[in-house]
Design a protein around this ligand. Structure first.
Ligand code: COA
Ligand code: AMP
Length: 629
């Protein structure tokens, strides 16, 4: 069945579509219905079904006689090592870790924060939580202690599972002091921390810590705990407009059903084949397609610890694809831009046998045409951009390679997937004609596997996503749909920016900068960058009478953002200005500033209080090299 017919089937009868999809996973008790709309506009899926996600990801395959199949290939250029773990080994390791967590009092519904680099133990920790019904919340290793503390206070975890260190090119990231610092800062204190000691750095233990291996000694392995379809599996924090991140909740049932559906229909992978998502377990792509999706489907997945360039060179990705016979590869366009910069002629691509690779998938940020064309030329396979968000957990729009490969249109992540009724709305909430720009919204209900709510923040959930366009989910993205039904994603409508495929809040950076004693007021905007897609740039207005050297203050501000948010913010450019351009109602004109910085044409806003300030901002930007080129 092709795309059109499949989408039409879903449209005609969503309930049967999803009940049929649900047949593909293992239930202890099958759901009697798919959608639960008793609390609309908040929806849940498969609420009365009973299952366990870890069972589906591991035990089920072992019970089916596939225990010897490789579940995980850990390929780490950072430690010069590669090793494989079978489904049976993984099941035993996870059951043992889950048993040890349970013996320390972790029960169904308890939260556990996971702070780990790209090692198989990170996936093991996620699955161990899923096995006993604990709700995990993975925090990306590039965030600083302060960000970790915010998440500890929001999720109030019983335990933290962490590694002693992470490895970035040329430096060891000392996780343990970061965790201890975060716990010190947080009001909530977890009962214990499980530390996985890596050879590259053995961390000093405190009374609160237990050793990953030692605490598993002699404990009874844990069986899978039956979970309701609408019991939370995990919370994943993502950036919103303020410094307080949003805790996206994912339920067990819909998540397993939806991810299973995507593995064949979107990614065209078969059980036993090798799927590789070069992301990080700290991001949604890592949750869905490093940890859960491939395992639920019985595929083999790669956990890769390294960078697209420099570990050791821009041929690393090709080496991994050749070594492990990867059939479907997923990464962010920024990684390809980094490779293209080092190896524009594709000399390194030619060195490897990439005949196993059938498709390349890109997501996480807008895929620029240059990058897509370069990748198509080098690899000679379909390059598929697809669009999704932490909130949805999988693609809203894609080119469903397994169902039917549709013609690729540069600049478009193709068409909506079954489950998503995507509309483009104007300010008045009405649909705009095809080809016109507007806010992209999705008619409720969202499909299974998408967020049912925000952790501890239902009001914020309603305000952020449901209130602007009643009856719709507001994506926060702007764009259009063309006459063929292809979707185009142009920009965010909020203060979220996308740096190297990482979603960041300019509001959070502004909150940090405002904390500098000499800063009276500030604005952070995202400007175009050839490598990372966007980069944050800060504008600082100093307190009246501040006589300190501007260069010193800028340096301190850059350091402050790195300390408080983390290196991942990539906040390296700031400038001091006298004033910020504002509307008469006092709103800072960030969009206009970003347009000037990017060298785009912009209209003088009718609401501005003083047009001269824009000239001053233009001059300040020129001073720091914008618009570039
Ligand atoms: N732990 C600690 N620090 C980290 C980190 C981690 N897990 N990940 C990144 N950092 C640090 C980097 O070392 C860098 O530090 P620096 O300022 O001292 O150089 C900083 O955070 C910024 O990181 P990043 O923006 O990722 O830049 P980079 O130079 O390390 O790598 C790319 C650039 C493009 C190669 C890399 O970002 C990449 O592969 N991105 C793909 C993104 C992705 O997977 N997105 C998910 C959607 S698919
Ligand atoms: P995240 O929640 O980190 O996955 O980031 C989601 C945001 O990244 C989306 O709301 C978009 O702004 C952007 N994004 C993700 N994928 C794409 C894509 N294929 N094209 C354009 N923007 C994208």
């Amino acid at each position: 069945m092709g795309y059109k017919e499949t989408y039409a089937n879903w449209q005609a009868d969503p309930e049967s579509f999803w009940m049929q999809a649900a047949e593909a996973i293992s239930w202890d008790k099958k759901p009697t219905r798919a959608l639960d709309d008793s609390n609309a506009p908040l929806y849940e899926w498969f609420s009365d079904g009973v299952m366990n996600t870890c069972y589906n990801a591991l035990d089920w395959h072992v019970d089916a006689g596939n225990g010897d199949r490789v579940a995980i290939i850990h390929d780490s250029p950072m430690t010069h090592s590669t090793h494989e773990i079978t489904y049976a080994e993984m099941r035993d390791r996870v059951a043992s870790l889950a048993g040890a967590l349970r013996a320390k009092g972790v029960e169904k519904g308890d939260r556990v924060i996971i702070y780990m680099p790209m090692v198989p133990e990170a996936v093991e920790a996620m699955l161990a939580c899923a096995r006993i019904g604990a709700i995990h919340s993975v925090v990306f290793g590039g965030f600083a202690a302060n960000e970790l503390a915010t998440r500890i206070d929001d999720a109030t975890p019983k335990a933290i599972i962490a590694a002693s260190c992470g490895l970035e090119p040329g430096r060891v990231i000392h996780y343990k002091p970061l965790i201890d610092g975060a716990i010190e800062m947080a009001a909530h204190k977890p009962e214990f921390c499980v530390i996985f000691q890596r050879e590259q750095e053995v961390a000093e233990m405190t009374a609160r810590d237990v050793d990953w291996h030692a605490f598993q000694y002699g404990v009874e392995p844990a069986d899978c705990v039956p979970m309701q379809g609408n019991d939370p599996l995990y919370i994943l924090y993502t950036s919103g407009t303020t410094g307080q991140p949003k805790g996206v909740i994912r339920h067990n049932g819909g998540h397993a059903v939806a991810l299973h559906w995507t593995m064949k229909n979107i990614y065209d992978v078969n059980p036993g084949e090798v799927f590789w998502a070069a992301s990080d377990v700290g991001w949604v792509v890592g949750h869905s397609y490093i940890a859960y999706g491939p395992l639920i489907y019985g595929a083999t997945m790669v956990v890769f610890e390294g960078k697209p360039v420099g570990t050791p060179d821009a041929g690393t990705f090709w080496r991994v694809i050749e070594d492990h016979k990867v059939v479907s590869f997923f990464t962010a366009p920024t990684a390809f831009r980094a490779i293209k910069r080092e190896d524009p002629g594709g000399e390194l691509v030619k060195k490897y046998d990439l005949s196993s690779l059938r498709h390349l998938f890109l997501a996480g940020e807008r895929a620029d045409s240059d990058t897509i064309i370069w990748a198509q030329q080098q690899l000679g396979i379909p390059v598929i951009d697809h669009w999704w968000q932490t909130e949805t957990g999988y693609a809203i729009a894609a080119n469903p390679a397994g169902l039917e490969l549709l013609p690729v249109k540069l600049g478009s992540p193709t068409v909506p997937m079954p489950g998503y009724d995507v509309r483009v709305l104007g300010d008045d909430g009405h649909e705009v004609p095809r080809g016109e720009l507007g806010a992209i919204a999705i008619k409720l209900p969202l499909p299974p596997g998408t967020l049912p709510n925000l952790w501890n923040a239902e009001d914020r959930f309603r305000k952020s996503y449901l209130d602007t366009f009643p009856g719709y989910y507001e994506t926060g993205d702007a764009g259009m749909i063309d006459d063929d039904g292809y979707i185009y994603i142009m920009a965010r409508t909020d203060d979220v920016i996308n740096v190297a495929g990482h979603r960041l809040s300019t509001g959070a950076m502004e909150e940090v900068l405002s904390g500098h004693p000499d800063v009276a007021e500030c604005a952070v905007i995202g400007v175009a960058d050839d490598l990372k897609g966007q980069l944050p740039v800060g504008f600082l207005c100093l307190n009246a009478g501040c006589a300190r050297a501007h260069g010193d203050i800028v340096k301190e501000c850059i350091k402050l953002v790195r300390e408080k948010i983390g290196p991942v913010a990539a906040f390296k450019i700031a400038t001091v200005v006298d004033r910020l351009p504002k509307t008469r109602s006092g709103k800072v004109l960030r969009g206009t500033m970003a347009a000037i910085a990017d060298g785009r044409s912009w209209k003088m806003p009718a609401t501005i209080d003083d047009p001269v300030i824009l000239d001053e901002i233009t001059a300040a930007l020129r001073n720091i090299g914008y618009p570039a080129g």
